[in-house]
Design a protein around this ligand. Structure first.
Ligand SMILES: Cc1ncc(COP(=O)(O)O)c(C=O)c1O
Length: 432
């Protein structure tokens, strides 16, 4: 039988570098042929061969309601008939901004953009413009989009500036980016002691989903908050992945429940706020946001920003997730998945650890949850790849790389979870 996925991949590779429009889709880490998606509905998608998969990627986070939710579909169809793009303001942009600001107390103003990368890049520029400082701090294993200044890994020593992780980024472009170890309080204290007066912002994934799933510890978040306040630097929560995904108050709501009064100064949003359409946002306090053009001197713009179809999709999605009990049910489903996977791994004697928050989860083929990137990367790649392909062969689609988080949607049923756990147990048995 011909393999349509393979045929499409071969065609794609002739015209698109690596055959994909975003690298992780190429299956380079796990090997094999990427699945070309034909259509999706609820918790499932079907590939080009007509094979069905239970989808735990959900477009890397946005599809919190599952695919093709009727209310979202209706909103998008209606918006599309009214016009695709105007390059002029619309009521829906105001409504979406109102909705986001209502749900996230640290936000007084937001600017809508089209991708998380754009939102992260603009946030850094704004933080530098508002503070008049150059230095930014990020953490190893956190991804904030592919803006030049953020494609950087740690330098050779503590509190030294980083090196580019991509060709095409001159070292001069990252010379003001300091990369520190996640969850390392001593390092951030040393960095502020040495560079405090130059630090524009500290940007963090509060629950990092780009090194699988690693939480920032409460003492770590608390200490960064104190240091930023003390040195007048801005604390930026990159909630592109966690925003409206780990709870209605996002990750900052979760940390505020553990650290009374906690708020970041700025927030980057994406994924869920667009419901699967190209939409992202960044925001913060009025005094900072008013540095943005046309009010202030920090330039930022976009032809498709606040797109009317994307805002309709985002608004309809945000409406659904505010229904009573939504996050309780989603969290229970995610919890049942990770508990089931853990029990299956234990039964088969496979070292395994799990964590989750709201509709986001991670699992590790190691007995203890890692606290930083270096530990995450100790995972045995070959074992992960065998697990990935074993699940894929059984119709379960997880991220094709061990450093990615997983996502559960409101459309996943108890039967889907049971089928996933049963498939995993079979694969675990072969991993021993
Ligand atoms: C935390 C985080 N920030 C920023 C981005 C970049 O977003 P985008 O892919 O929409 O450019 C991502 C993408 O996965 C992300 O996970």
């Amino acid at each position: 039988m011909s393999d349509r996925n393979l045929d499409l991949f071969e065609r794609a590779k002739q015209l698109i570098p690596g055959g994909v429009n975003s690298p992780v889709r190429a299956f380079r880490a796990v090997g094999g042929t990427p699945r070309f998606v034909q259509r999706a509905q609820g918790a499932y998608f079907w590939d080009a061969n007509g094979q069905r998969y239970i989808d735990y990627i959900g477009s890397w986070g946005p599809m919190i309601l599952g695919h093709g939710h009727p209310a979202v579909l209706e909103a998008v169809q209606k918006a599309a008939t009214e016009g695709f793009s105007f390059g002029a303001p619309t009521e829906r942009e105001v409504e979406l901004a109102e909705e986001i600001v209502k749900l996230v107390p640290s936000l007084e103003m937001v600017r809508l953009v089209s991708s998380g990368t754009e939102a992260g890049m603009s946030t850094i520029r704004l933080a530098r413009g508002a503070t008049g400082r150059k230095t930014i701090i990020k953490f190893e294993g956190c991804y904030h989009g592919h803006a030049d200044a953020l494609l950087v890994k740690a330098g050779s020593g503590l509190a030294t500036f980083g090196n580019p992780t991509s060709a095409g980024v001159p070292p001069e472009v990252v010379q003001h980016t300091l990369v520190l170890e996640y969850n390392n309080v001593a390092q951030i204290e040393a960095a502020f002691a040495e560079h405090g007066a130059d630090i524009a912002c500290v940007i963090i994934e509060p629950i990092a989903g780009n090194m699988n799933f690693v939480r920032a510890s409460v003492p770590f978040v608390k200490r960064i908050r104190e240091l930023c306040t003390q040195h007048s630097a801005l604390f930026v929560f990159d909630e592109v992945m966690t925003g409206f995904r780990v709870g209605l108050g996002s990750a900052q709501g979760h940390y505020a429940s553990l650290i009374p009064g906690f708020e970041p100064d700025m927030t980057v949003m994406g994924k869920v706020i667009g419901g699967g359409m190209p939409l992202a946002a960044f925001g913060g306090k009025r005094a900072v946001m008013e540095h943005l053009a046309p009010l202030g001197g920090v330039y930022q713009a976009g032809t498709l920003s606040g797109n009317p179809v994307a805002t309709a999709c985002g608004l309809a999605t945000l409406k659904e997730i505010q229904k009573p009990g939504f996050f309780e049910a989603l969290s229970a489903t995610t919890r049942s998945l990770v508990d089931g996977l853990k029990a299956a791994a234990d039964a088969e004697g496979v070292p395994f650890s799990v964590d989750c928050q709201g509709g986001m989860f991670g699992f590790f083929l190691m007995p203890e949850l890692p606290q930083n990137y270096a530990t995450v990367m100790k995972t045995e790649g070959a074992k992960f790849n065998a697990l990935f392909h074993g699940l894929l062969d059984r119709g379960v689609y997880i991220a094709p790389a061990l450093y990615e988080a997983g996502f559960v949607s409101a459309a996943h049923t108890a039967d889907d979870i049971a089928a996933t756990v049963a498939a995993a147990r079979e694969v675990f048995a072969s991993l021993r």
